[in-house]
Design a protein around this ligand. Structure first.
Ligand SMILES: C[S@@+](CC[C@H](N)C(=O)[O-])C[C@H]1O[C@@H](n2cnc3c(N)ncnc32)[C@H](O)[C@@H]1O
Length: 500
């Protein structure tokens, strides 16, 4: 108990000293009359910003001058090791997963450079101008990168498991981070007795890399290089990776798929502004983008009910082919099968797996969503790839289809739907538990932390798979109804044995 209250008072103390530090920053503003930084750990949300009173729409809440952001332009690491700041053409050789630009394993990009900057500033301790800010950054994360194999196994067949990328990150850190620190020990460890070993350094680099993933902003101004959704003009803060920085206070805002505030990227400062009227006691929420539960977990280490609308499922082409093999090419020789497979895969648009998702509106200009997300159809790429396969099957083996009381076109569509249905069912069977099992587990309410988030992610994917199956069944039924009515999609004679 004593440990908990010690931890609580430390949490409160670091929050207070961070807020005081922020208020004293030259040029920074913070409407203390309207908002306060609160401890939201009881809802698993760390620190967040809450309205102290009713706030009108379009009210600026706080602003951060650009010169107080931690980035390549502000850290003194630039003066100490200028050579690593030459980022080349675009300075963005990394994806957000930290995948290495293999072409030059020692050169930096905006991601690795910011890791180095954060390590440098952190190791400076009291000498860093961002000390009070660095103190509120988390020292541990719930992103799957830090999960044990047992915890990861709870994600079951979710495609996110393959995207965790721990080994890639280890390699990137060793080649781009450790090498620089070791070559400049005088800069990173001015006091030799503070020198960290490789294991500690690797851990620190992971921590800073994860902080960047969950906290950093893309610093381009609104009208430059940022991806703007043309319909509603939303700027997604995490869209590009051209110039990354840590923005104190802006990153204290939590986020959801419905939100009530936005960070405007101005010439000299970044400003948080309300998008609609906010009631006293409501949390001020930012937007991280239309992310699925799995992606939210991978990048930020949390899930929310509202993000489930963006859930996706990857349908591996192998599962579709397996169904096709049974239904269409079961009677062909294995060598023919291989030729069909090769021809399909050699198509320039071939995709190993196809992403299924729901149709959903974008948030409106007040950060709100008004309609439910719905599964409205299979992706065009899947139908295209299916066509490529059938063409290959015809070319290689001149395969015949069974007779149906349907037109050629309807027959192909029926085959397509049956094959996709089989593949969707096979995909669902890849998960170790059923949708009903997961719903029961979540309803019973006994799950905690990472386990609960994993069940949430896999349940959402199974739910989407079921919606896709229902959609396919409805389409197939409609097709049959049409065939029994005698209406066909094309006007060729229906009841003959046909060639594909
Ligand atoms: C940019 S920080 C926001 C401030 C953070 N809560 C803190 O204490 O420093 C992003 C992190 O906050 C947490 N977070 C953000 N939005 C959340 C939400 N709606 N529910 C739970 N946690 C959330 C996640 O841990 C995420 O990685």
């Amino acid at each position: 108990m004593e440990v908990d209250s010690d931890a609580d008072s430390k949490f409160g103390e670091t929050t207070r000293s961070f807020v005081s530090w922020f208020l004293a920053l030259p040029g920074a503003t913070f409407r203390s009359d309207l908002i306060t930084v609160e401890d939201l750990r009881n809802r698993g949300a760390g620190r967040g910003i809450v309205a102290r009173q009713d706030i009108a729409a379009d009210t600026p809440l706080f602003s951060i001058p650009r010169n107080t952001i931690i980035c390549a332009a502000t850290s003194t690491l630039r003066d100490r090791i200028p050579a690593i700041f030459d980022l080349g053409d675009d300075g963005a050789g990394l994806s957000d997963s930290g995948d290495e630009d293999e072409s030059n394993s020692s050169s930096q990009d905006s991601w690795t450079l910011l890791i180095l900057i954060l390590i440098y500033e952190y190791l400076r301790g009291d000498a860093s101008p961002w000390k009070q800010y660095l103190d509120v950054l988390p020292s541990s994360f719930d992103t799957p990168m830090f999960w044990s194999p047992a915890e990861l196994s709870e994600l079951q067949a979710s495609a996110v498991v393959a995207k965790v990328g721990k080994e890639d990150a280890d390699r990137m850190i060793t080649s781009k981070i450790l090498s620089v620190v070791r070559a400049h020990e005088d800069v990173f460890f001015p006091c030799a007795r503070d020198r960290l070993g490789d294991t500690q350094l690797l851990e620190l680099a992971h921590r800073m890399g994860s902080a960047i993933m969950a906290y950093a902003f893309d610093l381009e101004k609104d009208d430059e290089n940022e991806e703007v959704n043309e319909e509603d003009e939303w700027v997604e803060d995490r869209a590009g990776k051209t110039m990354l920085g840590m923005v104190p206070m802006a990153d204290t805002l939590n986020a959801d798929a419905e939100f009530n505030a936005h960070i405007n990227h101005g010439e000299d400062a970044l400003t948080a502004t309300t998008l609609r009227a906010i009631k006293a006691g409501e949390e001020i929420l930012n937007y991280y983008g239309p992310l699925s539960s799995a992606e939210l977990l991978r990048r930020y280490g949390y899930v929310t009910a509202k993000h489930s609308r963006y859930d996706v499922v990857e349908l591996p082409w192998d599962l579709v082919e397996m169904e096709l093999r049974e239904r269409v090419v079961g009677r062909t020789a294995p060598s023919d099968w291989e030729k069909i497979d090769q021809l399909t895969r050699s198509d320039e648009d071939f995709e190993e797996s196809i992403v299924l998702e729901r149709w959903t509106e974008d948030p409106d200009s007040a950060g709100q969503l008004s309609s439910a997300a719905v599964f409205t159809g299979l992706p065009d790429e899947l139908a295209e790839q299916f066509k490529v396969f059938l063409k290959a099957a015809k070319k290689v083996a001149n395969i015949e289809l069974a007779v149906h009381a349907m037109s050629d076109k309807d027959m192909r569509k029926d085959l397509y739907l049956q094959v996709v249905l089989g593949a969707l069912q096979a995909r669902e069977r890849e998960y170790a538990t059923s949708l009903e099992d997961d719903e029961r587990l979540l309803n019973e309410g006994g799950l905690m932390g990472r386990h609960e988030m994993a069940v949430w992610v896999r349940r959402g994917e199974k739910q989407l798979l079921r919606e896709a199956q229902s959609w396919v069944r409805r389409e197939a039924q409609e097709l049959r109804n049409k065939a029994s009515d005698g209406t066909t999609t094309d006007d060729g004679p229906a009841a003959k044995k046909r060639r594909l």
